[in-house]
Design a protein around this ligand. Structure first.
Ligand SMILES: NC(=O)c1ccc[n+]([C@@H]2O[C@H](COP(=O)([O-])OP(=O)(O)OC[C@H]3O[C@@H](n4cnc5c(N)ncnc54)[C@H](OP(=O)(O)O)[C@@H]3O)[C@@H](O)[C@H]2O)c1
Length: 328
């Protein structure tokens, strides 16, 4: 490919458990020209997700997300009919170049982009894939009947807030665990039925009272550690407190408690084209109609990627929503 010029790209150089921002550097790449069935896009906005931090910490046993899993971009070269169109490039695991969206320009196959309607702003469209698809996947996997309760941890996370909105929209009630009192009223305004600060003690007794003794139909957890000990069936989809969790053996044997893992990438990996198109259309409609609204966080320039990763991986998150890298 002929090259236009060089552009900035954040590149993984290894792993660093304590200081993940030190496991990548800012490099310069030659900006390639697109081939006959490709487009060149300029990346406008791309989030820093927990999955990126995990990758930089070296925690993934097999799958390794690229630097920048999702984001919104604009077509700047090739197909005249689509010049200037805002698109979401789809991550392609078959693409072994190791280049994600944490870079200013990227060449992508013309068939691997999703057009973004004008009424969806960049900072929302940039979060189209990772959390919305996971919310839908978790919800469908649990198949909770209307009016039943789902219990969730880290409910104030970007994903947790969207899960509250989605469940509410689907007629399912949520019991939400947080660790800061300021999130209680905030999440209720989002449609949360119940919010509990788990530091205030006896979560199980509180859930029993809320549910009239029936307990929650299911639970979703992205924290791990001690938090889920003693619960009923639980879908584990994250590891914010480390990669171990505690389960009571007696609960597993005598109460029939089931624990199951969920990974969005694995969930969609066996999808047919029709199933995939249905997921994309459903997620776009939810965002377009503001049924789910991703919380938007601080923005950083590509040059300031270390500050962005620090912000996302901090032990005391600032909580302003999803951190993102933006083009100038
Ligand atoms: N399995 C999958 O396919 C999949 C896909 C997408 C996301 N995820 C997972 O979903 C989770 C949420 O993602 P996100 O993008 O929404 O993240 P996020 O907004 O960055 O999450 C931050 C939230 O997590 C809470 N938190 C962090 N550490 C905690 C701890 N030790 N104990 C309790 N709460 C803690 C924070 O609580 P405070 O507000 O109190 O600070 C904050 O509300 C992550 O674990 C991510 O890996 C999984």
């Amino acid at each position: 490919m002929a090259s236009l010029k060089a552009h900035l790209a954040v590149e993984m150089t290894g792993s660093n458990r304590q200081e993940p921002w030190e496991a990548c550097r800012l490099g310069k790449r030659l900006t390639p020209s697109p081939g006959p069935s490709e487009v060149l896009v300029r990346v406008l906005c791309t989030p820093v997700n927990p999955a990126n931090v995990f990758a930089l910490q070296g925690l993934y046993p097999t799958w390794l997300p690229k630097e920048g899993i999702e984001g919104i971009s604009v077509i700047v070269w090739k197909l005249s009919w689509s010049f200037g169109q805002r698109v979401i490039p789809l991550s392609d695991n078959a693409d072994q170049t190791g280049q994600g969206l944490w870079q200013e320009f990227k060449v992508v196959p013309a068939t691997r982009v999703i057009s973004v309607p004008d009424f969806i702003p960049n900072e929302v469209a940039a979060q189209f894939i990772v959390n919305p698809w996971t919310v839908i996947g978790i919800f469908r996997t649990l198949a909770t009947p209307k009016e039943e309760y789902i219990l969730q941890t880290a409910a104030a996370s970007v994903l947790g807030r969207m899960f509250i909105q989605y469940a509410h929209h689907q007629g399912v009630k949520t019991i939400n665990l947080v660790r800061r009192n300021e999130h209680i009223e905030e999440l209720k305004a989002h449609g949360a039925d119940e919010v509990i600060n788990f530091n205030d003690g006896d979560v199980v007794a509180k859930v029993r009272k809320i549910t009239g003794g029936r307990m929650a139909y299911g639970a979703i957890d992205c924290v791990g550690g001690e938090l889920t000990k003693g619960w009923r069936d639980c879908l584990i989809y994250g590891a914010l407190a480390g990669t171990d969790l505690k389960a009571g053996i007696l609960d597993l044997i005598f109460r029939g408690v089931k624990l199951e893992g969920f990974h969005m990438g694995m969930w969609i990996s066996s999808f047919s084209t029709e199933q995939f198109q249905e997921l994309v259309a459903h997620a776009m409609s939810l965002l377009g109609q503001k049924v789910i609204e991703p919380l938007v966080g601080q923005k950083f320039r590509f040059q300031d990627f270390k500050d962005a990763i620090k912000e996302e991986s901090g032990t005391e998150p600032q909580h302003g929503g999803k951190v993102r890298l933006v083009s100038e």
